[in-house]
Design a protein around this ligand. Structure first.
Ligand SMILES: CC[C@@H](CC(=O)C(=O)O)C(=O)O
Ligand SMILES: [Zn+2]
Length: 339
């Protein structure tokens, strides 16, 4: 497996039933890098110094240099931090017709709850954390109010280099940088994002397992109107092959990223990310870019374009019938025994 220097002990890494190939690790100056990004294939970039100015962002530094604002953390009894989009609950109401109003409100389980915290309290809880305690995951978009020290470091990132990548690959605008500070053992379960992502590892190590958009059928995402939209229903760490038989066809790629590594996670690629030993916590910062303009469509269309089409079909059908609960039955009627 491709790993960063001071690699974690590979024997400690969780074993999976599906094959996992290595994500290429290339120096950022290697011309193959842009070929891989152009073809929307993942690659670990070394030597970019993209966030070199943040190499000192350990807990002590962040505690002193992130100001006294409130930061968002997620708290989970287990180790999974599956994204739950509260906004979707309002949207379900807006798309549902009068005939669904008298239906009992569907209960959704939130695997992790979010709450505001001061960085000093967060740092204290991380230092005192022991196995069995609730797990914490700070996930906060950086902004000009993120504390003077951090902002000064942010300004000194290699913006020339990353902006040149953005332009070369015709990405849209930088939407934001999410600062992630998580405990060893935290897992962000398998999901995809609708953005290009340069994922910079700053402290500790993360094991990143990725699957191409073409494996949508093996990962059974929640419907687009569900608060877990874009998240897989399967638990890679506890597979249910009866409910999700096509998991057996999974074939992924992986890398363990460490300080200084930047992983390119292409838009619509599935990724499952775990903070791994030996460090007690990890610090990462992502760079999310909107998709670039579609331009001339080439045929046959690509896997990620099919995902975008399926998303639009689900949205359109839910809207047309004013009841998301009816979409499955209509689609089954449409395809079973016919296509
Ligand atoms: C959002 C948390 C996740 C990263 C990720 O999914 C992304 O950057 O898209 C992780 O590192 O745990
Ligand atoms: Zn993601």
């Amino acid at each position: 497996m491709s790993t960063s220097r001071n690699e974690p002990d590979q024997c400690n890494l969780r074993k999976y039933d599906f094959p996992l190939d290595d994500i290429p690790r290339l120096n950022c100056m290697d011309p193959q890098v842009d070929e891989l990004i152009k073809s929307k294939k993942p690659v670990v970039l070394t030597g970019s110094n993209l966030v070199g100015a943040a190499s000192k962002w350990d807990l002590d530094y962040l505690e002193k240099n992130m100001g006294n604002g409130d930061f968002t953390i997620f708290v989970s009894k287990g180790n999974q931090f599956k994204f739950f989009d509260e906004k979707k609950l309002a949207e379900i109401d807006s798309v549902s017709g009068a005939h669904t109003k008298n239906r009992p409100q569907k209960e959704y389980i939130r695997p992790a709850k979010s709450c505001p915290i001061k960085i000093q309290d967060f740092a204290k809880r991380v230092r005192e954390w022991k196995d069995g305690d609730e797990r914490l995951y700070l996930q906060q978009a950086l902004s000009s109010t993120s504390g003077a020290g951090v902002v000064q470091d942010f300004i000194r990132f290699r913006w020339d280099w990353v902006t040149a990548k953005q332009k070369l690959h015709n990405w849209g605008k930088l939407t934001y940088n999410l600062l992630l500070v998580g405990l060893e053992g935290n897992v962000t379960p398998c999901h995809y994002d609708e953005q290009e992502n340069l994922f910079a590892q700053i402290h500790g190590h993360k094991r990143c397992i990725l699957f191409p958009p073409e494996q949508f059928g093996c990962l059974y995402p929640h419907p687009v109107w569900h608060p877990h939209d874009r998240q897989s229903q399967v638990d890679l760490d506890n597979p249910d092959y009866d409910r999700f038989p096509k998991m057996r066809d999974l074939h992924g790629v992986q890398a363990v990223v460490g300080p200084g590594d930047v992983l390119y996670i292409p838009i619509y690629w599935w990724h499952h990310i775990e903070s791994v030993k030996p460090e007690k916590y990890t610090v990462s910062l992502n760079f999310w870019y909107k998709a670039g303009p579609v331009g001339q469509v080439e045929y046959p269309i690509k896997g990620y374009q099919k995902v975008a089409i399926m998303r639009n079909v689900e949205k359109m059908l839910a809207e047309a019938m004013q009841d998301p609960e009816e979409v499955g039955a209509l689609l089954r009627t449409m395809v079973q025994g016919r296509f």
